[in-house]
Design a protein around this ligand. Sequence first.
Ligand code: SF4
Ligand code: SF4
Length: 552
Amino acid sequence: MITLINNFKQHLFMCVNFVWVLIRLCYIHVKKIILFRKSRDLYGGIECISMKTSKSSSRLEYIPIPKKIFILVDDIIVLQKKIIVDVGQSVLLGQVLSLGYKHIAPIHSPVSGIVTKISQKKYNFFLNKRFSIINIRSDGKDTKIDSILMSNYKKFSPDEIIQLIYNSGVVGLGGAGFLSSKKLQYSIGNAHTLVVNAAESEPYITSDDCLIRNFAQEVIQGCQIIVWILKIKCVLIAIEDDKNIAYIKIKKEIKAFPNYKIYKIKRIYPSGSSKQLIKILFNKEVPLGKHSTSLGIVVFNVSTIFSIKRAVINGEPLIERIVTLSDRRLSYQKNILVRVGTPINYILKKCNINYKDNSVVIGGPITGLIIDDLSFPILKTSNNILCLELNFMDNRLESPCIRCTACSRTCPMRLLPEQLYFYSKSFDHNKSREYHINECIECGICEQVCPSNIPLLRYFRKEKLKLNEIIFKENMSKKFKKLFVSRQSRLNSSGLINENIIYSSNNLDRVLDKKVVCNTDIEYITIEKSQFMRKKELEESIARAKLKRNIE
Ligand code: SF4
Ligand code: SF4
């Protein structure tokens, strides 16, 4: 009897233990799932139909090199006299056409041939931005210039590699076009984790998917270069859950590296934006006005990493990129390797697309621009060409805002787009700055969900440009005022001050206006323009005074 009771006790104990272990296992598993879900929660965003065909990503197509290449050069480069080729000059493939300046990278010739013309053009669809265009006639030989490469990059210092990346004209290819060398420089000593952004969340675009499928090994080599430069401890590759082939290819390549991990993320737009990607992967928010390096994380787009590898190991400057070409109904979708500067009408012609029946969007369907000039060339940041039926957008007439708040509920940056819209429209720059317009990542979601068809993104882009211009002027003003004050105090202390010269702040601003020849980005304030503006302001105030006098 006692043995029976003992046996029963033993069995009961084992059963309780078993159930307890089972409950614990379930608890840990459920907690993991909850945490996993929670960490992948993204505020706002929209789920779009992907409009991507797997077939298009598997094959990379090539088109013949065009006879005419148009290289767009920012106007500021011309003002700073950074173009180093002349009309009639022969150029080789990879030869520098213009030097870099501040945030603008050097530009290289994508073909060998002759510079036939350097002209200027303003593109209305590109927020009225004015460019200088270097026209090159290709000789079809692709004669390369001797290049510097660092195939054994571990023998060089990080600074030397970064300099080579800068000299190769590598910029962020995910859209922003930020100098990769600057990003690397900022991240030295600040970053412990590298995030490889392979999430192309915008519909239709499959260029990164195609790149991974065809060049996975080179992408990992590029990662290794960044790991070496920044002394990175951990590499996370983020890829969308519908890119299985690319996922398998990367997984195979990273087997030998224990500090590399690949994550599948949910396909939601804009998960490809770096701040959103950090939120998804780490459940951390990048502080307002700061970069991801403030959290010890550096994010690089997969195409940028590939370009870094090509620059360092192969000595190739950034002169070509993969571009997705598709139409709205997906009757065709392909990925083509295109030289920078190739005109869009040439690409369409070579792909047998009747471009006269189409409106063409450069960039994704949400953030892209409808171009009105098909000779517009491919830029380093152009990843997609989308053909729409002619007049497809004509029925989208803008109507007044009805304050439905759909835009603010979907904004991934938790901004108030309806407020920003009113401030941008009324040129209230202080208010739009107060409402953090500079934090807008230009994802275009607000515009997509707006029932009034308000082109919000266009308003915000214009406003941001204007604000940049104001901030630039303010900074210059502060700098010159500081110089002026220190000069005055120097003169004061040496007893050399000329009492007859009195600089009022107005006078000083005028002096500064003449010194500020151009702004940072888009629209340039020339001396003529500032004089014209002042004249206009004067005429307006005279008219106002006359009107007031008449009323009285
Ligand atoms: S475009 Fe800017 S304001 Fe609009 S949803 Fe995106 S981040 Fe928000
Ligand atoms: S979605 Fe459009 S209509 Fe609605 S509040 Fe925003 S801007 Fe106004």
